[in-house]
Ligand binder design. Structure first.
Ligand SMILES: NC(=O)C[C@H](N)C(=O)O
Length: 348
């Protein structure tokens, strides 16, 4: 990031120098908005996505990495053509919900009864409007329902049967339960004997929550997160994802965050809000994420991962789990990674 910023500062200098008339205080004031424009515009828009923190085998690693890259490209296209951060995060998350590799929408993990119950959240950093759904069944895209809760009701979260009734009223079709269940999710459910929620085998069965954060060209921020939760969760269990400040948070004045990992640990430390608190204290998205993840590990032994962006477009994708598929698009570059420290770059 720093390298890119200084590159953009360097490349913008000749244009400034050419445009600048002889030095005097008034002229400097005249060109300040121009300098501001030149320095800031290249940083926006930005979109960063994750495909869940945890542990998966090699084939799923490749599929997850391909999935986050496909999703982030779509989000970047929306933003580049002037679309809002809200539209970008909803569509990137919907793409990952439709991808059976991830634990969201089709591909969701199964609860103790062998059923799919999904949670989703969206938040608008401009107005702090938010919408969420929890324990919803038979929906292809819970994130679309979360958006409708935000846009069409005076509430923040609808759950279970009430959420389904609202979906029907909004004309969202139900899909057969079986269409959401993959062979992989069923096998993980059958195999899930592990008692320690942080052990590698347990992580392996529970990876794949999806999320996105974005800043659009207007400088508006948004976040979205969607999940099937944790394999073998109790019926009616609500995790971090649909809880504002736990599954994500967006505030134009500070930043936007979407998280993944052990929901019960994330909720105890309100991970996204903790990250934004550190950013308010002057930490960068990367520093704030690392501090908050370390705190979650120290206090409640929690593993997880986050994607974060600030209003200037500085972004981070950080995790303390073994793996997290993530991708970011900004300044026509696509970054992605899966293991700690990995940052592969290609043109968008
Ligand atoms: N894999 C995940 O991110 C699970 C999600 N945070 C939950 O606990 O429901």
């Amino acid at each position: 990031m720093t390298r890119l910023l200084s590159a953009s500062l360097r490349s913008s200098q000749p244009a400034c120098t050419r445009a600048a008339p002889a030095y005097n205080e008034n002229n400097i004031l005249d060109i300040l908005p121009l300098v501001d424009k030149i320095l800031r515009i290249p940083m926006l828009p930005v979109v960063v996505v994750h495909g869940g923190a945890g542990y998966v085998n090699k084939e799923r690693c490749e599929a997850s990495t391909a999935g986050v890259r496909e999703a982030v490209r779509k989000g970047y296209d929306i933003l580049k053509s002037g679309g809002s951060a809200l539209d970008a995060v909803v569509e990137t998350v919907a793409i990952m919900e439709n991808n059976p590799t991830f634990n969201a929408g089709r591909g969701s993990v199964l609860n103790r009864k062998g059923e799919v119950e999904m949670d989703a959240l969206i938040m608008d950093g401009r107005t702090l409007a938010c919408g969420a759904v929890s324990a919803v069944k038979r929906l292809a895209n819970p994130i679309h329902l979360a958006r409708l809760v935000m846009d069409q009701t005076s509430h923040v979260c609808l759950t279970a049967e009430g959420a389904s009734k609202f979906a029907r009223a909004m004309g969202i079709p139900e899909v057969p339960e079986e269409s959401l269940i993959t062979d992989y999710a069923r096998k993980c459910w059958e195999d899930d004997q592990c008692v320690d929620p942080n052990c590698v085998q347990s992580q392996m069965n529970k990876m794949g929550t999806v999320g996105a954060v974005a800043v659009d060209v207007q400088g508006n921020l948004a976040c979205a997160t969607s999940t099937g939760g944790m394999t073998n969760k109790m019926e009616g269990r609500v995790g971090d994802t649909p809880c504002i400040g736990c599954g994500g948070y967006a505030d134009n004045q500070i930043g936007a965050v979407s998280v993944t990992g052990l929901g019960e640990a994330i909720m105890k430390v309100t991970l996204p809000r903790l990250i934004l608190f550190y950013m308010e204290q002057g930490k960068s998205p990367e520093e704030a994420s690392d501090m908050a993840l370390a705190y979650m590990m120290e206090r409640v032994s929690g593993l997880g991962g986050v994607v974060v962006v600030d209003p200037k477009g500085t972004w981070a994708a950080r995790f303390n789990s073994k793996y997290m598929a993530w991708a970011a698009a900004h300044q026509e570059q696509l970054h992605y990674g899966f293991i700690t420290g990995e940052d592969i770059t290609e043109p968008v």
